[in-house]
Design a protein. Structure first.
Length: 296
């Protein structure tokens, strides 16, 4: 896949809209039925640079920076996943968009799952990438899980992470990208520097921490409707080689407990960032899964 050539052929524009009380930044490309891409940690909408040119040939692609991330506002509150899902719903309202196909990775998958449960009329189909639902992580917390998910616990500590990371954003990000990718050199050079620049923005690290610090609210929300399965077609993708997801959980079984109409797709030679590590395979799967999405 020649992403550079495809990017030149597709006009990807940057926009901001005020929705749900915050100024949201998003990428917009293509036309047709809408596909929304929600990034995870420690990324921004830049994570979708390999997918947008491919999907925008057939769809209108909207890729926001989530609350607290990238160039979207980073307020002091509102990071529970119900409210972060409402951020996206209100952004779509502002854009005059009704039903969408929704794709989320990592933290974005948590937002996407809550959005699909709270607003099922807005989601035609759902893709979740390398994500163990928050409730499932909490219910399976043990010494082995705690070691793999150490950052969940570290990020909960007030103020200290921000203090330790300040001035060391590059080292902090390098740890995650190298440790979480099958090929530790996947994200380097200009791509890596783009992320470093994003996390050096005022409030950026605090915003990411706030996302994790909503954990107790997120679990409480998930427990209320734990028995309510997602009804729309759902595809779960995960990297076979990420120790904290595919290596620790039976991902097919996890998502069968979450959705009634499930397609499960492990991705070989891949860690936690499938869209960046194996973009051609991810694009192939997304194009196939979205094939009959013709709009509301």
């Amino acid at each position: 896949m020649n992403t550079e050539m495809e990017s030149q052929a597709i006009d990807i524009t940057h926009h901001t809209r005020r929705a749900n009380g915050i100024r949201q930044h998003y990428l917009d490309a293509g036309s047709g039925p809408v596909v929304v891409l929600l990034h995870g940690f420690p990324e921004t909408s830049f994570a979708w640079r390999h997918q947008i040119p491919v999907l925008a040939r057939h769809y209108r692609v909207i890729a926001p920076d989530l609350r607290g991330y990238g160039e979207t506002d980073k307020p002091g509150s509102g990071y529970d996943k119900r409210n972060m899902a409402l951020d996206i719903v209100r952004l779509l309202d502002e854009l005059g968009i009704g039903k969408v196909a929704l794709v989320g990775h990592d933290r974005g998958a948590r937002v996407a799952t809550r959005l699909t449960k709270d607003h099922p009329e807005r989601v035609d189909r759902l893709v979740v990438m390398d994500n163990v639902p928050t409730r499932v992580v909490a219910q399976n917390m043990n010494p082995q899980t705690a070691r793999a998910y150490w950052f969940f616990l570290f990020h909960l500590v007030a103020d200290l992470p921000e203090t330790l990371i300040a001035g060391k954003e590059a080292e902090w990000l390098h740890h995650f990208f190298a440790d979480w990718c099958y090929n530790p050199h996947t994200i380097e050079g200009a791509d890596f520097e783009t992320y470093v620049k994003a996390y050096k923005r005022p409030g950026a690290v605090r915003g990411a921490m706030a996302d994790y610090r909503a954990n107790a609210e997120d679990v409480a929300q998930d427990l209320v409707d734990a028995d309510t399965k997602i009804a729309c077609p759902t595809m779960a993708l995960w990297g076979e080689d990420f120790y904290a997801v595919g290596g620790m959980f039976d991902m097919k079984a996890v998502w069968e407990s979450m959705a009634t109409d499930l397609r499960a797709e492990p991705i070989a030679r891949c860690g936690h960032l499938p869209q960046e590590e194996q973009p051609e395979r991810v694009n192939e799967l997304l194009v196939d899964f979205l094939r009959d999405w013709t709009g509301a």
